[in-house]
Design a binder for this molecule. Structure first.
Ligand SMILES: [Ca+2]
Ligand SMILES: [Ca+2]
Ligand SMILES: [Ca+2]
Length: 202
């Protein structure tokens, strides 16, 4: 086990193969039809589904630093979503209307801290939503996409916070000495019946 990029919570520890080569797989909810989607020798991990299940966004180190990539649910059309700015990006969450992806980013210089960023699902208009000097990470869109929950260490230990999806009104939901991690807001009610898909990382 190792801590993911020095992320400030051991809840994010993950298994890494000896050669560091994580990959993204999918399988049916009954555990059958396990399919490898990524074959790149770099690390591929931290995926999130698009709301219609047609695509995945995931983190890959294939470009040298952890950046976000998208691919079809079958693993085709793998292409970068972020990159080229020296940031280390992970823990993406796809908005329920399909238009945006929230993620956390740190610039790999000692003393820097994580921020929550949002980017169009087509790679347009990346914007830093948090500018606090504490760590801000693990974003999750609300069901109506108007708010984003995330974790912040700005009161000295980790707390769950919420903000408007365009950054204003950042306020804590918890204030205690315990370690809060990885919020996940209640998803919208299922709009259709049919196929059920699961995803896992190794
Ligand atoms: Ca890989
Ligand atoms: Ca920050
Ligand atoms: Ca706390």
């Amino acid at each position: 086990m190792r801590s993911l990029h020095g992320h400030p919570t051991d809840r994010r520890s993950r298994r890494v193969e000896p050669n560091g080569n994580d990959d993204v797989f999918v399988m049916l909810i009954d555990g059958t039809e396990v399919t490898l989607l990524t074959t790149n020798p770099a690390g591929d991990y931290d995926h999130a589904w698009s709301p219609d299940g047609s695509k995945l966004v995931f983190t890959s180190t294939r470009g040298g630093t952890p950046d976000l990539y998208t691919m079809s649910a079958a693993g085709s059309s793998q292409q970068p979503l972020t990159g080229g700015v020296g940031g280390e990006d992970d823990l993406p969450d796809w908005s329920h209307d399909g238009t945006a992806i929230a993620f956390d980013r740190i610039f790999g210089t000692t003393g820097n801290d994580y921020e929550i960023w949002r980017i169009g699902a087509d790679g347009s208009n990346p914007v830093d939503l948090t500018t606090d000097p504490a760590h801000d990470y693990a974003p999750s869109f609300s069901a109506d996409d108007t708010k984003i929950a995330f974790v912040s260490t700005r009161d000295g230990d980790s707390e769950i916070m919420v903000m408007n999806a365009d950054a204003p009104n950042q306020s804590p939901l918890t204030t205690n000495g315990s370690t809060e991690a990885d919020p996940d807001l209640v998803p919208p009610a299922p709009a259709q019946s049919g196929g059920v898909r699961g995803g896992f990382r190794w």
